[in-house]
Write a protein that binds this ligand. Structure first.
Ligand SMILES: Cc1ncc(COP(=O)(O)O)c(C=O)c1O
Length: 400
C-alpha cells in the first residue's frame, strides 16, 4: 500500500508532538511581522522585546514562578546541560559531588560523564523494577560535598513519575544548600507541574513535547540560585544564555503551554482511558507480553510493552510500513541497537528488554482506530516470532 493512501497513526508523542495549529499561526505571525532584535533600541526592537517579555511572563505564570526565573534555551538538552554544568561550575569550591539516577535522559548522563572527566564525582541512585527512584537509597548517597541532585520528573521511556516533592523535602532536610534539578521535559503540558510545590531549584522543559516548535525550551532557575552561563557572548537571558533570542519560537512556546494546560485534567483522563483500553486489547491479542514500568504513577499517555521473541526496533520498522509510528525506547537511542539503559536500570531481563515497544498518545492519535493498531501489532509480532527462535509455549530457545 502506498504511504499516502495508508491510515496513519502517530503513537510517538514522547519523541515529539505535532504543533497546535494556533502555534504555527503565532510563530508565522511573529516571524513575518515582528522580526526585530529584542536588544535593538528602535521601535522594532522594542516591539520584539515586548513580545519576548510577554512570552516569558506567560510561561512563568503557567508554571507558577516569576518571569525573572525563566531562561529561554534551545530545548531540553541545552537546559539540562546548563543546569548541571552551570551549577557544577558555579559551586565547585563548595563541593564536587553530584547525585543523579541511572535512567536519566542522555543529555543528563552524558553531561555527568563530561563533568566526571573534569574531576567531579557522580553517584547514580538506583530505581526499582517499576522505574521509581528509591528515596532511601538516594539519601544514602548524599555527602558533605554534594552540591546537586538531579532526578527526572517522569521517565521518557516508561513514563514513571518520580516523587520529586518528596525527594526535594528529604534532600533539603539533609542539607538545605544542595541544589535540586528536575528534567520535566515529559511532564510539562501533560500533568500538573507546579514549581513551588515541587520545591526544586532548577527545572527543564522543552516546547516540542507539548505541541510547541522544536528549537526552544527553558530552564527555570529559582531566584537567588547562582549558575554559570555556558554560552559566552552578549547579556541576553539574564546573562545566562547569550545569543539573539528567538522571539517567534518563544511566543510559540508560550501559546503551546497555555493550550496544553487548557482542560488538562479532562484530556489526561481521556488519554488514560484510551491507553488502558489499548493495553487490554493488546494483552488479549498477543501472548507473552508485559508492561514495563509502574502502572499507577505513570504518565497517562505512556504505554511501554515488551513482547518476548521479537526486537523492538524491528517492530518499529514494520509497524511504520503499516502506517503506525512508534518507538522502541527513546528517540535518541533509536537505531543504535543497544538495549535501553532505562530498562537495564530497572533490571528488566534482556530477553524482555529487547522486545520493548513504546506507544505514546497525544493530539496526533485522537482518531486512533484501536482495532487496526492491535491487528497490526499482532501481525508484526507473529511475523517476527516466526523467524526467531521463539516457540508458542512462551519459551525462548535461545536467550540473546
Ligand atoms: C526526558 C527528556 N529530557 C530531555 C530531552 C531533550 O529535549 P530536546 O529534544 O528538546 O533537546 C528529551 C527528549 O527526548 C527527554 O525526553
Amino acid at each position: 500500500m502506498r504511504r499516502e493512501s495508508m491510515k496513519q497513526t502517530y503513537l510517538d508523542h514522547a519523541a515529539t508532538t505535532p504543533c497546535y495549529p494556533e502555534v504555527v499561526d503565532e510563530v508565522t505571525r511573529q516571524l513575518l511581522n515582528n522580526f526585530g532584535n529584542p536588544s535593538s533600541l528602535h521601535s522594532l526592537g522594542v516591539s520584539a522585546r515586548a513580545t519576548l517579555d510577554s512570552a516569558r511572563a506567560s510561561v512563568a505564570a503557567d508554571l507558577g514562578c516569576d518571569s525573572s526565573e525563566i531562561v529561554f534555551t534551545s530545548g531540553g538538552s541545552e537546559s539540562n546541560n546548563l543546569a548541571l554544568r552551570g551549577t557544577a561550575h558555579a559551586h565547585q569550591y563548595a563541593g564536587r559531588h553530584i547525585v543523579t539516577t541511572a535512567f536519566e535522559h542522555e543529555s543528563v548522563l552524558k553531561t555527568c560523564e563530561a563533568l566526571q572527566a573534569e574531576g567531579f564525582e557522580i553517584s547514580l541512585a538506583p530505581v526499582n523494577g517499576k522505574g521509581i527512584v528509591q528515596l532511601d537509597e538516594l539519601l544514602r548517597l548524599l555527602r558533605p560535598d554534594t552540591i546537586l541532585v538531579s532526578v527526572m520528573h517522569a521517565n521518557n521511556e516508561v513514563g514513571a513519575i518520580q516523587p520529586i516533592a518528596e525527594i526535594t523535602r528529604a534532600v533539603k532536610k539533609f542539607r538545605p544548600d544542595i541544589f535540586i534539578h528536575t528534567d520535566a521535559v515529559q511532564t510539562v503540558g501533560h500533568v500538573p507541574v507546579d514549581i513551588r510545590e515541587l520545591g526544586v531549584d532548577l527545572l527543564t522543559l522543552t516546547a516540542h513535547k507539548f505541541g510547541g516548535p522544536k528549537g526552544i525550551g527553558a530552564l527555570y532557575t529559582r531566584r537567588g540560585v547562582r549558575i554559570e552561563h555556558q554560552i559566552a557572548g552578549g547579556h541576553q537571558e539574564h546573562n545566562l544564555r547569550s545569543g539573539t533570542e528567538s522571539v517567534a519560537l518563544a511566543a510559540g512556546m508560550a501559546t503551546a503551554l497555555r493550550l496544553s494546560m487548557r482542560d488538562q485534567d479532562q484530556r489526561a483522563a481521556a488519554w488514560r482511558k484510551m491507553r488502558d483500553s489499548l493495553l487490554a486489547a493488546i494483552l488479549s491479542a498477543v501472548s507473552d507480553a508485559r508492561v514495563n514500568g509502574d502502572y499507577i504513577d505513570r504518565l497517562p499517555t505512556n504505554l511501554n510493552i515488551s513482547f518476548l521473541g521479537v526486537s523492538g526496533e524491528d517492530m518499529v520498522l514494520r509497524l511504520d510500513r503499516r502506517g503506525i509510528q512508534a518507538s522502541s525506547g527513546s528517540a535518541c537511542g533509536a537505531g543504535h541497537g543497544a538495549l535501553s539503559h532505562v530498562l537495564a536500570a530497572m533490571n528488566v531481563p534482556r530477553a524482555w528488554a529487547k522486545g520493548a515497544l513504546r506507544l505514546t498518545l497525544g493530539e496526533g492519535c485522537r482518531d486512533m482506530d484501536q482495532s487496526y493498531v492491535v491487528e497490526q501489532i499482532k501481525a508484526v509480532v507473529a511475523e517476527l516470532r516466526s523467524t526467531s527462535s521463539f516457540r508458542s509455549n512462551g519459551l525462548l530457545l535461545t536467550h540473546q
